[in-house]
Design a protein around this ligand. Structure first.
Ligand code: AMP
Ligand code: ZN
Ligand code: ZN
Length: 493
């Protein structure tokens, strides 16, 4: 699985060739000019004394060389001074725990918190975490499909959906015909080892105030009463925060080492009104107030500097409108796709034709129609055999993934047939390379440097970051084992 891990942390190759070539060229040009000058002056008037001209050119050359050397030294001096000051502006070692016996990680998710929402309005509490912690400067990259269940479970397992089994919010098991829904808690669906299980395997305690998969009793995790809440979207956000805070009132040895806290907003509003409506601004402000409530409560208990708070979202959000529709029935001249074959329309099209049909033929005919220019918005849908999807999507290695997958352009939707239904709102689930699908990552705590920005990374890296903070061995996963070193401060030996 290591081969699946991100390579974005690789340093960029230094442009040595490009940097050197112009210098060589200019040196050559200077020399040839010099040679040409002396040549031409001597050949045009062989009797004229060249001494004054030569002296002048020599002096000019010396001045140029002296000036270039001074400029090069000045450049080297200032660039090394500025890079060393940039490096030294961050701490290099983790801050020691003051009050807690051992590390505690609180993982907070704000559903559908698109990257950039933090600038919509004043968010003093989120910014307190950003300014005193480490942030993914251009956002956290979700896994594909950028939907709630696949992503939340990738965050806590470090696995891509094909490996953790939750390949969509809803899907059908091809062997049993059973349907997975967001209320399915049977362990057979949920593969991999989520953090609460890893933590309890190591004799530590975990508490979940909602998180997809957390109610599933699996391995050492038995979803303990009082420390594992059954999902109920109508519980006020304040109550969720206050319950999490109450865990910090337990004797130090009983405080759970890992806790989750989940808010449905601003995803809920994003679907209704799209990402650019004032309703989103209000939802973001409310999330900020919840973060404020959390920080205040932890601060009152004197452990704010000891607790690691990781704030994430699961995906972003993009506006959708009725004119951005593609109808499968419009493909009828090329191929008929009955509704019973379709397991998901948008934002990823997933088709499982019955036995006896050749998926390759279906893909070919669908793409022929879509590219013909005769299907409305056809160019905004491209259909693949799942094994031929771009490998960066990691969306093939599970029989739960239907054999035919259509990637839809951001903001478009696929439907079976034309209706009069008019709909403008928001959606997510699209290709995870699309910027609007990005969400936030903020890490605040003893092992996160203050005010540091890191490049964007995929959420499968978070599992290893958390096990690293908790100093426990994690289960095999798609994250890179060296990623935590790139984002965390080293603990003093
Ligand atoms: P999505 O359709 O991808 O936008 O999913 C977001 C919705 O998932 C939320 O609005 C909730 O209704 C639902 N949800 C989130 N967490 C859970 C959970 N742990 N159990 C059941 N449903 C959930
Ligand atoms: Zn979501
Ligand atoms: Zn949603």
């Amino acid at each position: 699985m290591g081969s699946d891990s991100l390579t974005s942390t690789k340093p960029l190759p230094l442009p040595t060739q490009e940097a050197e070539e112009p210098t060589n060229q200019s040196t050559t040009a200077l020399l040839s000019f010099d040679t040409d000058c002396s040549d031409s002056s001597s050949s045009s008037n062989p009797r004229q004394k060249p001494s004054t001209t030569i002296l002048f050119i020599a002096l000019l050359l010396l001045t140029c060389i002296a000036l270039s050397a001074a400029a090069a030294f000045a450049f080297l001096f200032f660039s090394s001074a500025s890079s060393s000051s940039a490096q030294s502006s961050f701490e290099t070692t983790a801050r020691a725990l003051k009050k807690l016996e051992k590390p505690v990680v609180l993982l907070v998710s704000s559903d559908g918190f698109r990257f950039g929402y933090q600038f919509k309005t004043s968010t003093p509490n989120i910014h307190r975490l950003i300014n005193n912690g480490t942030e993914a400067e251009t956002g956290l990259i979700p896994v594909f499909p950028s939907l709630t269940f696949p992503n939340h479970y990738s965050i806590v397992t470090g696995l891509y959906p094909a490996y953790h089994g939750i390949i969509n919010n809803h899907f059908v098991d091809p062997y049993t015909g059973d349907t997975f829904t967001m209320a399915s808690h049977e362990p057979k669906w949920w593969l991999g080892e989520p953090l609460w299980e890893t933590v309890t395997n190591h004799g530590l305690k975990a508490a979940t105030y909602f998180w997809p998969g957390s109610e599933v009793k699996k391995g050492s995790w038995n979803c303990p009463k009082g420390f594992c809440m059954n999902y109920n979207g109508s519980v006020p956000f304040e109550d969720r925060v206050d319950t999490v805070l109450s865990y910090f009132d337990l004797p130090s040895s009983e405080i759970p080492s890992f806790m989750t806290l989940y808010f449905e907003d601003p995803d809920h509003q994003g679907h209704k009104v799209g990402p650019d409506d004032p309703e989103i601004t209000e939802a973001v402000a409310r999330i900020d107030r919840m973060i404020g409530r959390l920080i205040d409560g932890i601060e009152k208990r004197g452990v704010f500097e000891d607790v690691t708070i990781i704030m994430v979202g699961d995906h972003g959000m993009v506006g959708t409108c009725d004119k951005k529709l593609i109808f499968l029935d419009d493909l009828a001249s090329w191929i008929e796709i009955p509704a019973e074959w379709v397991q998901s329309y948008s934002p990823l099209l997933a088709i499982r034709p019955p036995a006896g049909y050749n998926p390759s033929d279906i893909v070919e005919k669908m793409n022929e129609g879509l590219k013909s220019g005769k299907v409305e918005n056809g160019k905004n849908l491209k259909v693949y055999l799942k094994g031929e999807l771009p490998s960066r999507l990691h969306y093939a290695a599970s029989d739960r993934i239907p054999p035919i997958i259509g990637l839809i352009e951001e903001g478009f939707k696929v439907e079976q047939k034309r209706t009069n239904r008019k709909e403008c709102g928001g959606a997510h689930g699209y290709d995870n390379a699309v910027f609007s699908m990005r969400t936030i990552f903020i890490g605040h705590g003893p092992q996160f440097a203050r005010g540091r920005k890191v490049p964007s990374f995929e959420n499968v890296q978070i599992y290893n970051v958390i096990t690293s903070i908790l100093k426990i061995d994690g289960a095999p996963n798609n994250g890179s084992s060296s990623f935590p070193l790139s984002i965390l401060l080293r603990t003093a030996k």
